[in-house]
Structure formats: structure tokens, C-alpha cells
Ligand binder design. Structure first.
Ligand SMILES: Nc1ncnc2c1ncn2[C@@H]1O[C@H](COP(=O)(O)OP(=O)(O)OP(=O)(O)O)[C@@H](O)[C@H]1O
Ligand SMILES: [Mg+2]
Length: 311
């Protein structure tokens, strides 16, 4: 009999409780791999290799880089990527919502930053620190030295010092890169763009989130073309909506035999934010009807996997 697989459990009690005031802890087992363009995918692969090669790097007087800034539009997978990277290192992700660190009281935000980094340093078995919505902490320095401006500048200076001296693994994410302070930007060992997906990535994202329903390659290509400009989060929401419509149709007594009407209902309730460019399927739905009709409908459902694995 083979041995049961050993799961590595991070020791949550060893210091993590101190950071719970500011942070949410995400465990490796809950991580999901984002589908990324070759650029960011390779950057993460290279970084993981570098982190694991610490002794070899140290032997030539180098250290692995320990900080990276992820920037890109909303819903492109920055948080998912940070969680995935931590999971690849077998570490929990300590996710700090930056607005939980800020305070209207003088010096309090800077104190919170100090407390957070001190608590992170004490975590015995390591973790990956993730500063989400980073622009709300690391926004541009003000030229004024009065009141709230002075306090914001102090917060920024504290953050610059702590990020620069940080020895663990730290990721920060923003979808407002233009608001970030330039000195703060430079403090990161890497700046990685996590942009909207190209057609190959959209194809893979649509395929992943349509499972267990299966669409032929041509149909996925068509959908990938019609959704150019959509974020992965929007594609996921759309495909999950599609599956929901199929499964619930009998209960809702809502016919789903017309593919165009199913998609019309989906795009009406899965709407990209009005400030972002609207993909074709949303902008000119009626012009997409002929392409939608080429999709074999309803989709086939993949046979359920046998428990225990087929021999
Ligand atoms: N590249 C991707 N591949 C697969 N799924 C993705 C990808 N990006 C996002 N998703 C899905 O979309 C949802 C939102 O993703 P996530 O929170 O990681 O985006 P984000 O870039 O952090 O957004 P925000 O800037 O709003 O914080 C998640 O459920 C995730 O599964
Ligand atoms: Mg996020």
C-alpha cells in the first residue's frame, strides 16, 4: 500500500495571530493557478527559481529579490497570482487590505505599518506578505508638510524604509499604478504587469470555467474573439452564469434552446464596469448573433470522473 500523501501544514499559531488585526490569511491548499500571458508567467517562474536557488546565489554574493509589484486592470488575477506564488513556496499568504492600515489619527497609519512588519518578522515558519490595493498606502508624496499631507508623507517614508529592508517575500498589487509614488515604485525588486488577457489566454480561461461542459475549439475561438478586452474575472462570471442557466433551466422553466437568447440574458446581468472599454459582445450584441449561432448548442457535458481513479 502506498503511503498517504503528506500535506504540509503551515503552523498558523506561530505568530500569524499578531497580523490578523490587519490581514486575512490564505492557505496554500485554497490557491488556484491563474492563466497568464507568457510575460508575467515567465517572470513568476524566474522568481520562484531564484528564491529556491538562494544558497547558489549567496555563494556569489547575491540574494534573491524579495519584493515584487503587480500592476494591471481589475480582475486580471493579481490576488490570485500572489496566492498561487505563496502556495508554490508552501507558505500562507498574509493579505493586507491597505485601507485597513490607514487611520485618520496622526501617526497611526505609520505605526500600523511598523506593527505589521514587526509581526511579520516574528512569524516562525515564514509567509508571503501581500499588500493589496497598495496605491492607498503608497500614493504620491505631497509637497505640503501640513496636517493630513504630513501624515501621508510619514506613512510613505515608513513604508519605503520597511519595504527596502524587508528580508521575506513581499508582493504588492495595484490597479492604479499612476497614483503610486515614484520612489515607492523603485523600491520593488520587480514590477510585473498583469494585463488583460490576449486571445490565447481568453480561450484557456473560457475553457477552464466552462468545465464540465465542453465546447469544441472553434466555438471557444469564436467566444474568445467576441470577448476581446474582457478581464478574466468577467469571463469567469460569464461562463459560470452560462452553466447556472443550463443547470437551472428546468427548475426556472426557462427554455435554453436558443443560444443567442441565453447569451443575451447573460450579458445583460454580467456587465463590465462602465468606465472600462466594453468588449464587442457587450457593445454590439446584435452584431454578434450570427457568430453565436455557430456554437454547437447545448454544450456536451464531460462524463463525471470515477471516484478512486480508473485503472
Ligand atoms: N488570469 C486569470 N486566470 C484565471 N482566473 C482568473 C484570472 N484572473 C482572475 N481570475 C478569476 O477572477 C477572479 C478575480 O481575480 P483576482 O481577484 O485575482 O483579480 P485582481 O487582479 O486581484 O483584481 P483587483 O484589481 O480588482 O483586486 C478570481 O475568482 C479568479 O479566479
Ligand atoms: Mg486583487
Amino acid at each position: 500500500m502506498s503511503e498517504p500523501a503528506r500535506t504540509r501544514k503551515p503552523d498558523i499559531s506561530a505568530g500569524l495571530d499578531q497580523v490578523e488585526k490587519f490581514a486575512t490569511i490564505l492557505l496554500p491548499r485554497d490557491a488556484e493557478e491563474p492563466i497568464l500571458a507568457p510575460g508575467p508567467r515567465y517572470a513568476i517562474y524566474e522568481w520562484l527559481t531564484e528564491i529556491r536557488a538562494r544558497p547558489d546565489l549567496e555563494s556569489v554574493g547575491l540574494k534573491p529579490r524579495s519584493t515584487a509589484l503587480l500592476y494591471g486592470p481589475p480582475g486580471t488575477g493579481k490576488t490570485t497570482l500572489a496566492h498561487h506564488l505563496a502556495a508554490r513556496l508552501g507558505l500562507p499568504l498574509v493579505t493586507v487590505q491597505a485601507d485597513r492600515m490607514t487611520s485618520k489619527y496622526m501617526n497611526e497609519s505609520a505605526n500600523n505599518i511598523g506593527q505589521l512588519f514587526d509581526a511579520i518578522d516574528k512569524i516562525k515558519n515564514g509567509c508571503v506578505l501581500f499588500l493589496d490595493e497598495f496605491d492607498s498606502l503608497g500614493s504620491k508624496r505631497s509637497s505640503s508638510e501640513h496636517g493630513t499631507d504630513k501624515d501621508r508623507n510619514l506613512t510613505l517614508t515608513t513604508l519605503l524604509t520597511r519595504v527596502e529592508g524587508f528580508e521575506g517575500i513581499l508582493l504588492a498589487a495595484t490597479n492604479r499604478k499612476e497614483d503610486l509614488d515614484t520612489a515607492m515604485w523603485r523600491r520593488f525588486g520587480m514590477q510585473i504587469s498583469v494585463d488583460l488577457p490576449g486571445s490565447e489566454e481568453r480561450y484557456a480561461i473560457l475553457k477552464r470555467y466552462s468545465l464540465p461542459f465542453e465546447f469544441p475549439d472553434d466555438a471557444l475561438d469564436t467566444l474568445a474573439d467576441l470577448t476581446a478586452g474582457a478581464s478574466p474575472a468577467l469571463l469567469r462570471q460569464m461562463m459560470e452564469g452560462l452553466k447556472r442557466s443550463i443547470v437551472l433551466a428546468p427548475r426556472l422553466k426557462k427554455p435554453i434552446d436558443d443560444v443567442v437568447e441565453v447569451f443575451r440574458g447573460l450579458v445583460a446581468t454580467t456587465v463590465p464596469h462602465p468606465d472600462v472599454p466594453q468588449p464587442h459582445l457587450w457593445k454590439k450584441f446584435d452584431a454578434c448573433a450570427a457568430d453565436l449561432r455557430t456554437i454547437p448548442w447545448p454544450p456536451e457535458r464531460a462524463p463525471a470522473e470515477k471516484k478512486g481513479g480508473a485503472k
